[in-house]
Write a protein of this length. Sequence first.
Length: 319
Amino acid sequence: MAVFGGKQDFLSFELNPPFTYKRQTKMLRTTTFLFLILGLFFQLQAQKGESVLLWPEGAPGALGEDPEDKPKLDLYLVKGAPENTPAVLICPGGGYWNLAMDHEGDQIARWFQARGVHAFVLSYRLAKHGYKHPSMLYDAQRGLRYVRAHAEKWGIDKEKVGILGFSAGGHLASTASTHFDKGNADAIDPIDREHSRPNYAILGYPVIAFGEDFTHKGSQQNLIGKNPSAEMIELLSNEKQVTSDTPPTFLVHTSEDKAVPPENSIVYYLALQKAGVPAELHIYQEGRHGLGMINTPNPVFNSWADRLEDWLRVQGVIR
């Protein structure tokens, strides 16, 4: 390292051959070009594939034959994935009225795909098309069964099939996490023979509790109507349905969320703790509702993707 006037010049180096400014610029351009090529490579690898209907012959309780009556999965498979690859079913939010398919669907699927996890974005039935509970739950359960039924085809580890949901999609994911079955071993349809319990759950600013001051009233009304029974409210207040069989769960929320207050995540986390279920909760001070996960307006909130990746490693989902 060169020394001038008795001090080290941290901008000058004596290397062999000499590290000239011209050579430094050339190396920088080469490195930048390589990063662009690598970025393009991973972008090409992380592409949405085909879409599949969950019930090609028609969903149970379907009200018609239009696309909105036909729940489906968008497939984001990892090319060249090894055997026993993990998978995740993604439930976009939208108050059980719409589906936020971009920042709570496609972007999330690509994030998982880039980390070696097969991702499946669920288009479930909605209240604006006349559907109520249990249609949405049937769609989520069918999605989990569908992924497991095709485990051999796609090289999926059946015991690493998780579910992720945002907002009302988080309610659906938590419902699937607390209302599941072992499948029907005698079913004619092989998909129905698979169990519907997620192996892990990820809930982003989820709707959880019904009938409370902090309930997202729109989601509740869209799912179970304006005048639901006390029994129905209890059944779908998922913090009250947690047991020791509920899967390990990661939760993220913000204190500033006015649409779906953080109390939703808090009561679910406390229920998981009480039941002895591994759980991790992150509540960020700033951030509105519905931010998603990637490239949000809040750079601090963006960091929850790193916390999630750490948690997935702790759970043994990804290497």
